[in-house]
Design a protein around this ligand. Structure first.
Ligand code: ASP
Length: 357
């Protein structure tokens, strides 16, 4: 009897040991993901589930994580609150803080991936800025939502779930900064917001998606083909402020003196949201040439949603001293020009940068 009891006890001990080793091993396999929260509609709240009015940046990161069932099975998650603003109030100051924190986390090797919760209004700018200045090839994933956390059919929780799944996925490495929303994975280089209210608001025209993520199952299609991350020459080291770059919108009979005013107010760079292939009326083009002669770098981008702005197509960039934005829309052109102008460069160098990034 004693021997049977002893055998039973030993078997039970071994079984318990095996189970705990198995559980520990399972947990060890979970990637470490840090969520850096900045605010936005994903952290927004309204008084009722069906009203249009709401306030961005009301809910903390811990509350957001707790609202997503099963998320802790995807990764070991830590949350940090960087800011809690609607992204209409995003600033280069917060963007610099974010970039530094990402670089710190990457250097510590303590995390496998990073998620940033962010409003959708200026997601393009932050994603593209980080893509230029973070020094890592680990996944850096932006996520937001179009409906506040209190809405009927809020889209934030599933978007956050998918974002964590992408951030913890080794296959997401080396693809630069991406955005995960509504099951689609966009590159920071291509994504653009196309609807003021629809859940399907982000598109990646021309180059297309990086992949998809549905209920945490990821499928990757491509790597970005332009420079970013470890291959980028831009850095935020020692940077506390970015030079002033203005965007001026072109349309029929636009007042050309807006361009002169921008120069007078101290802009170091101007981006024209041009018509068509980065065009503008003759008077505006003359003002741009005047600005260029004074050493202000003028980039011709476009207000059109898709397509490339080519050099010397309908206006003579060589003669006027202008730069073509190629694939970048005005808001991303402004980001690239701002970091470009941290160093003095020739117009030819600036043009090459717009071709490469
Ligand atoms: N205004 C909000 C923001 O950008 C909109 C959103 O997040 O969808 O923060």
């Amino acid at each position: 009897m004693k021997t049977i009891k002893l055998i039973f006890r030993k078997t039970l001990t071994s079984l318990l040991l095996f189970i705990s080793v198995f559980v520990i091993a399972q947990n060890k396999q979970l990637p470490n993901v840090t969520i850096l929260a900045t605010g936005g509609t994903i952290a927004g709240a309204a008084a009722s589930g069906t009203q249009a009015g709401y306030t961005s940046g009301q809910v903390t990161i811990d509350a957001m994580i707790n609202a997503v069932p099963g998320i802790t099975k995807l990764a070991t998650i830590k949350g940090e609150q960087i800011s809690n603003v609607g992204s209409q109030d995003m600033s280069f100051e917060i963007m610099l803080k974010l970039a530094r924190r990402i670089n710190e986390l990457a250097a510590s090797r303590a995390v496998d991936g990073i998620v940033i919760t962010h409003g959708t209004d200026t997601m393009e700018e932050t994603a593209y800025f980080l893509n230029l200045v973070v020094k890592t090839d680990m996944p850096v994933v932006l996520v937001g939502s179009m409906r506040p956390s209190t809405a009927v059919s809020a889209d934030g929780p599933l978007n956050l779930y998918n974002a964590v799944a992408v951030a913890g996925d080794p296959n997401a490495k080396g693809r630069g900064v991406v955005l995960v929303m509504n099951d689609w994975i966009h590159s920071a280089q291509t994504l653009t917001k196309v609807s003021t209210t629809a859940v399907q608001t982000f598109m990646s025209p021309i180059r297309g998606l990086i992949g998809t993520s549905a209920y945490g199952v990821n499928d990757f299609y491509r790597y970005p083909d332009q420079k970013f991350g470890l291959k980028s020459e831009f850095s935020v080291e020692g940077v506390t402020k970015l030079p002033r770059v203005d965007i001026i919108y072109a349309d029929v009979d636009m007042p050309a003196d807006l361009i002169d005013a921008s120069v007078e107010r101290g802009a170091k760079g101007i981006v024209i949201a041009g018509v068509g292939n980065g065009n503008m009326p003759k008077a505006a083009l003359d003002a741009c040439a005047r600005a260029s002669k004074k050493g202000v770098v003028v980039v011709r981008s476009t207000r059109v949603a898709t397509g490339t702005v080519g050099r010397n197509v309908e206006c003579n960039d060589d003669e006027l001293g202008l730069v073509a934005s190629y694939n970048l829309n005005p808001q991303k052109s402004r980001v690239l020009l701002s970091v470009t102008l941290l160093k003095s460069r020739s117009l030819a160098e600036v043009q090459k940068i717009f071709l490469d990034y």
